[in-house]
Design a protein around this ligand. Structure first.
Ligand code: SAM
Length: 350
């Protein structure tokens, strides 16, 4: 069996390591209504100029070109995607693209209470809510905002509507929420969501990152093993970033171990920023501007050629290269992030 989805499909473009162009994360705004310490710890930020933001029609046009090149899965992200006005309209437009098998949304959940029904009605059936703690005071300290109850209300709305696929993503941080992993799993069971623990990554924006704050996949498994006993790995051949595991009672959870056990060899995802820059690795410092040729009226064939050429040349293994470093510190200093907001995780969309 082939480990790389789409690899047998002749229309799929492959990179130098034979990884197909398969999954696209689309950031719809660089704005966020939280200031999480692991993502946006600074007091001030440089924002993308408004006139550079892609319209929904431009996003949809680029998505159509990506699906012509093999993409069949998109995830809407940001900053906070629900801060982009009228997002259901974009989702409705994307559902018209028959090549897209999967449209997902990653959100902090604050605005879900108001928007979940419209998102569902527009055709969104897969939602991931980022939730790092179940303690209001910790939420406030981490995010520097007082929105915990809104997040819980948003999750309840998702449950009430009955989205068929619902996940909770938790960044596991030593000395912050390492004592809450089992609580989060049990909360996930209560609301019908699979929980995925994400290792704290030293990406752009994470200027407070340090190795000793990372809770590794091994430590997460050890912690949960102490609580629940035997944990069984689930073997599947997808390129999904999370490795999945089963507890003795059948509960399934995932771990995304980009920091200590990266999945670069099967990484088929790339990222489009809200202003049309295309990055082929979360750690990449250089991307490709798709907005300028699009607005200059380049033909679909010319734009397709850009996608094919750039993906065919892709040799990024950013997370593996970071792992190989002896001294590992934050990827980009705050001063450089101010000059180039494209290097920020909240601009790339995570
Ligand atoms: N605002 C949305 C949300 O909260 O899901 C979407 C954007 S957010 C950047 C996407 C994901 O990236 C979230 O799950 C967040 O926790 C994660 N993230 C941000 N910085 C991270 C870091 N340094 N290490 C690991 N995960 C991080």
């Amino acid at each position: 069996m082939n480990a790389l989805p789409g690899v047998n499909d002749a229309t799929v473009v492959r990179d130098t390591l034979s990884r197909p162009l398969h999954s696209l994360r689309i950031s719809v705004t660089d704005r966020c209504n939280l200031r999480c310490q692991y993502c946006m710890p600074e007091e001030e930020y440089s924002w993308l100029p408004r006139e550079t933001l892609l319209t929904f029609e431009e996003i949809a046009t680029l998505t159509d070109l990506f699906t012509d090149s093999g993409v069949d899965k998109v995830s809407l992200t940001a900053g906070e995607p629900l801060m982009r006005r009228d997002l259901p309209r974009l989702i409705h437009r994307l559902t018209k693209n028959r090549r897209l098998k999967d449209i997902a949304l990653t959100t902090n959940g604050i605005l879900l209470g108001d928007q979940a029904q419209a998102l569902y009605d527009a055709g969104l059936h897969r939602v991931t809510v980022s939730l790092d703690t179940l303690r209001p005071e910790r939420f406030r300290a981490l995010t520097r905002r007082d929105s915990f109850q809104q997040v819980l209300a948003g999750i309840e709305t998702v449950v009430r509507i009955g989205f068929p696929q619902f996940k909770l993503d938790t960044v596991a941080i030593r000395g912050f929420n390492d004592d809450e992993l089992s609580h989060l799993i049990e909360y996930g069971t209560r609301v019908g969501a699979e929980v995925r623990f994400i290792e704290y990554m030293d990406v752009g924006g994470a200027t407070r990152w340090s190795r000793d704050r990372v809770m590794s996949r091994q430590q997460i498994l050890a912690e949960l093993g102490r609580e629940y006993g035997a944990i069984t790995p689930i073997v599947d051949a997808t390129s999904a970033p999370a490795d999945r595991f089963r507890l003795a009672d059948g509960t399934v959870f995932g771990i995304i171990s980009s920091t200590t056990a990266p999945f670069c060899s099967s990484c088929d995802r790339s990222r489009l920023t809200a202003d049309g820059m295309w990055y082929r690795c979360l750690y990449a410092t250089k991307g490709t501007d798709l907005r300028t040729p699009l607005r200059a009226g380049k033909s679909p064939d010319e734009l397709l050629e850009v996608l094919t050429k750039e993906w065919s040349a892709r040799d990024d293994r950013g997370a593996e290269e970071r792992l190989a470093l002896r001294d590992r510190s934050p990827l980009v200093p705050a001063s450089s992030l101010k000059k180039n907001p494209h290097l920020e995780m909240h601009t790339r969309g995570g």
